[in-house]
Design a protein around this ligand. Sequence first.
Ligand SMILES: C[S@@+](CC[C@H](N)C(=O)[O-])C[C@H]1O[C@@H](n2cnc3c(N)ncnc32)[C@H](O)[C@@H]1O
Length: 447
Amino acid sequence: MRIKVEKMNSRGQGIGRIDGLVTFVDGALPGEEVEAEVAVRKRDYAVAKVVSVLSPSSERRNPACSHFGYCGGCQLQHASYDCQLSLKAELAADALRRIGGFRSLQIKPCVPSPKSIGYRNKASFPIRRQGKRGTIGLFREGSHRVVPITSCPAVENLIQRMFSHFRSLMSEDLLSAYDERSRLGLLRHLVVRAGSFTGETLVALVVAKEPDADERAKLKAIAEATAHAFPSLRGFVLNVNRNEGNFIWGGKSRTLVGKDELTEHLGDFSFIFSAASFFQVNSYQALNLYRFVASELEGTGGGKVLELYSGVGSLTAFLAKEAEEVTAVEEDAEAVRHMRGNMARNGLRNVRTLCGRAEDTVHLWRDWAPQTVVLDPPRSGCHPKVVAGLISARPRKIIYVSCNAATLARDAAVLCEQGYAVTCVQPFDMFPQTAHVECVAVFLRNS
Ligand SMILES: C[S@@+](CC[C@H](N)C(=O)[O-])C[C@H]1O[C@@H](n2cnc3c(N)ncnc32)[C@H](O)[C@@H]1O
């Protein structure tokens, strides 16, 4: 089938039409004409895969990675970096237009990441039994099949080296790999984190059951050999996840070597967090993002800031430097424990921390009377109670950091129906080579 590709969707697929039917084309770029094979045909859409590119875009590039197209990690390696940036700004604009109804909103150009490859400070590699052997790699897009990669250009060099170390261990078949169907086998995931600015590493092996004595001895030997081979290793953690499903972490962790801690430096600040903590995966770009958000507090007279979804306090520190007082709300008790330590470590005494769900603290906001609210929710966006709470607390400014333009658009539409106006939307490329885009939207209360 010949398809003319008009646009790109949020999964990085080209969008075209076959006899009027909307078709999502894997591996095609806007402006291209491709020969594609239809893989799925439904009543109102089809999915196709490029067989050959008949007229390539001038932005088409050779992917940096030999696994591109098989592994589900990256979607845009076949586009120049400039093209990736403009596609991302367009994705944000498109979501705000379609979902939020913002027809004439100007989106700023996407801020490029200081590093477009080798930037990720965290990687999770699934381990599965495939055939007779254990395989470590990355999941194929939309599947539970592990693509046995040899390297990943998206990750920090330290992570790549740690991955290679485990890949050769896997080939020795010391411990069994998990099998999703039978639910037998031990090793489920390898998670490696690195401090891009500190050079530290932290490793977690997620296992599917409590190991027996023989397995425990082997795991301990692996942890010690890893510490010996990597002086950068701060800790080796064992996490037990007996649950079915995709979620990586189970409830129980213990350290086999060192501590479950990693230090990262961002600008003047230092943060400590654990293997399962949320921390932005691109430290270089997180620094740009946080500085931008903090700069939005200038001119508000500092004042009182309410920060929702604050994680381990990395953005909080940047806000605390500008504000008179920050009240930070986070639901995860472990993250709050790290946040408290991080504020003390950085000598920031003007931060109050509250452990709880943002939507359960809404009744307190009117009394706190923040001039500015900064929020950075997960992909699902804000609970409707949070949006309603913002409207009744009436802060002068709302700074919304979002990793999902669709839920940002949904929440922004409600805020703008109820007395706020968007003054700026600034996309940041936090995840180069992928179709994900991070955005900051700034709202001011209409006078
Ligand atoms: C996208 S992260 C942002 C963290 C932080 N701003 C940063 O840049 O590292 C979202 C955070 O919100 C927390 N979270 C998720 N749902 C929440 C809720 N309903 N109430 C409060 N915190 C929540 C998560 O635990 C996570 O730490």
